[in-house]
Design a protein around this ligand. Structure first.
Ligand code: NAP
Length: 370
């Protein structure tokens, strides 16, 4: 027990103390233990008793499991009464697969709630207001940047009303994605390829065009270095009108596969959004990458550049309609990392302003098969 004075009931939340910030930082560390590649955000929670002693901790372990607040509150039990909750995301006010966290907080008798990031989702948002209306002292926006960084793709997706798209490419030094005969295995070395599996595992869907699916017959699964499948697999998505032959690796049992017959990137993203997908890894090839770039729906680029020359073959990206250097699409570099003999460049693409499309007027999803 800290012997700290109890806040007077009904008094607005005071700025966070050093101890409050410490508890929120612990909640952020707990949140980071949640899974990547899940449609739900990673959330952590710490509950203290009325004297400031930690009595409950929890994190969200993925869609369909208990929310972080509920885990921490059940550990705290009656000791939460008159205490405080520190949550990395504004407590939700809606019933999804689990009940509203605001109700759980109110039933627990918690007196104060500190949260980091405001909930950007229209259905789950409004939790802070509901708690305040019920007489709880609420302070939001504390360490919000750190909390957003834990769920950057999820936050982006909800702000823009579509999944975030990361385009991953492996390129030779002279900008080739494949040789003239279509072979592209392998441009990069082992370290870069292992990194791609981490990237796949952190996304909920991996997308290629039929050109790549037919040329490479790749599995597009997320695997461990020994080749075994990771427990969590992204949805494999193929876009294009041609069918895949029976026996294509993408149709095997190792992960689900969706075939979208549209050529419209926005329609494809809408179909994936409707399936709960918030982060898509676009793995090419050059034609599909160009279509997404031209549609303005590539948000991040992860390029693995190998010290390899081909001189001829498929360019890394198709025609973007750019004819003069002044019109070049210039990306904002985020980091550059050496991976074995290769270099990974991560860069951001300036994206159109959030939520330009009203969800009510969004187009109907395209026909789907498989
Ligand atoms: N190095 C790398 O990072 C990398 C990555 C991927 C692929 N590759 C290489 O790239 C080569 C394949 O290139 P690719 O350009 O044919 O592959 P792609 O971009 O994967 O597929 C192109 C096909 O996608 C369909 N498609 C879907 N939406 C489209 C749209 N908006 N506009 C145009 N077409 C659309 C069309 O097929 P339909 O006629 O069926 O509709 C089109 O022919 C292979 O050799 C592969 O190894 C390299």
């Amino acid at each position: 027990m800290t012997g700290r004075e109890l806040p007077a009931p009904g008094v607005a939340a005071t700025p966070p103390s050093t101890a409050d910030l410490e508890h929120l930082r612990s909640a952020l560390a707990l949140a980071a233990r949640g899974p990547l590649g899940d449609p739900n955000p990673r959330v952590g929670a710490v509950v203290t008793d009325a004297y400031g002693a930690v009595v409950g901790q929890g994190f969200h372990a993925g869609a369909g499991t208990a929310h972080a607040e509920v885990v921490a509150l059940s550990e705290a039990g009656e000791m939460a009464r008159g205490g405080a909750a520190y949550v990395t995301l504004e407590p939700c006010a809606h019933t999804g697969r689990t009940g509203p966290c605001t109700d759980a907080l109110l039933v627990s008798g918690i007196a104060r709630v500190f949260y980091a990031q405001a909930d950007p989702t229209p259905v789950a948002g409004g939790g802070a207001e509901r708690l305040r209306d019920a007489g709880v002292d609420v302070l939001g926006g504390v360490l919000a940047g750190e909390a957003e960084a834990l769920n950057s793709a999820w936050t982006f997706a909800h702000r823009h009303g579509r999944p975030m798209v990361t385009w991953k490419l492996a390129t030779t030094l002279d900008g080739r994605a494949a040789a003239t005969d279509g072979t592209s295995r392998w441009i990069t070395g082992e370290a870069a390829r292992a990194d791609v599996h981490d990237l796949r595992a952190s996304c909920e869907a991996v997308l290629v065009g039929t050109g790549t699916a037919l040329a490479d017959d790749a599995s597009l699964t997320a695997r461990h270095p020994d080749g075994s499948l990771r427990a969590r697999q992204p949805l494999r998505v193929v876009m294009g009108r041609r069918s895949l032959p029976a026996g294509a690796t993408l149709l095997d049992e190792s992960a689900p596969t969706l075939h979208l017959t549209t050529h419209d990137p926005r329609l494809a993203l809408q179909a994936l959004w409707d399936k709960g997908i918030r982060h898509v890894l676009l793995e090419g090839g050059p034609t599909l990458a160009a279509a997404f770039l031209r549609a303005g729906v590539v948000d991040e680029v992860v390029a693995y550049v190998a010290p390899v020359l081909l001189g001829a073959g498929h360019p890394t990206v198709g025609d973007l309609g750019i004819t003069t250097i002044d019109s070049a699409l210039r990306l904002e570099p985020v980091d550059v990392t050496v991976l074995g003999a290769d270099v990974r460049i991560r860069a951001r693409v300036a994206t159109a302003s959030p939520r330009t499309t009203d969800p009510a007027t969004r187009p109907t999803p395209p026909e789907e098969s498989h």
